[in-house]
Design a protein around this ligand. Structure first.
Ligand code: 3SL
Length: 244
């Protein structure tokens, strides 16, 4: 297995596609997708465009449909939810399909949607991602950070580093053997520096600052927790993620 880290969807090569793409948006899309599926939703269908989300979800039975939209961290008017993982309790989402559009995370999913395996990774479900990779042993793995509007984000890279550090801890591999690019080595260094202070890293990150400004302190704390959800979001058809 060779693991490549890419900081943004724009930096992620698409020809050829990797055997497995892990899309990461710690703040907050892939954390939310993991929480929604852990709460018993039937699926999460991701859209980069809100109008398309509305049009497709209109054709779904209304009792089984939930709509979530986020732009700039805030909820989009006309949607049932924003993008806080804490909103998605089993009572609210069980057996429903969540139609979701966010600023960066859903664009990242779209970037790699033609890869043979696409999964959603975050700190909250890191162990499930690592177990899946160790079990399947895909030849090439891209860890795709969602970033923020084309720029690097600390929280996605630290999560990529956390995944690689955990892979190393559970195998005989050395970092130089596992790493497909320099970004992978840098991501592990970032994680080693901050692993005991992940909430502080979230708060220092530019998007963390934006969310704190919107009063999302509890979200930051939740998104910084490792291995609390035993759920692996996996793409079953383009843009549609289900619990593996
Ligand atoms: O950019 C995204 O996809 C979102 O996760 C951003 S937010 O955390 O919901 O503001």
């Amino acid at each position: 297995m060779k693991v490549f880290v890419y900081h943004t969807p724009e930096l992620t090569p698409t020809d050829p596609m990797p055997a497995c793409a892990v899309v990461i948006d710690v703040l907050r899309a892939t954390t939310t997708i993991s929480a929604v599926l852990a709460s018993g939703a039937e699926a999460v269908q991701a859209f980069s465009n809100i109008d398309e989300l509305m049009a497709v979800s209109d054709r779904w039975p209304s009792a089984k449909r939930l709509r979530a939209g986020e732009r700039g961290g805030a909820k989009v008017e006309g949607c049932d939810f924003g993008n806080s993982p804490l909103e998605y309790t089993p009572e609210r989402v069980k057996d429903c399909r969540l139609f979701l559009s966010t600023t960066n995370g859903t664009r990242a999913l779209q970037r790699v949607e033609t890869a043979p395996i696409v999964i959603g990774g975050a700190l909250v479900n890191r162990r499930t991602v690592v177990d899946f990779l160790l079990d399947r042993q895909p030849e090439t793995v891209y860890l795709v950070g969602s970033g923020w509007q084309g720029s690097f984000s600390l929280e996605d890279t630290v999560c990529a580093g956390s995944i690689v550090a955990s892979l190393l801890a559970q195998t005989e591999s050395k970092l130089v053997e596992l790493a497909g690019n320099d970004e992978t080595i840098a991501a592990v260094a970032l994680y080693e520096q901050w692993r005991d202070r992940l909430v502080d890293l979230m708060a220092a990150a530019s998007h963390g600052q934006r969310l704190l400004g919107l009063g999302c302190d509890a979200d930051l704390k939740y998104c910084a927790r490792e291995d609390i959800l035993d759920v692996l979001p996996i793409q079953k058809e383009k843009g549609v993620l289900v619990k593996a």
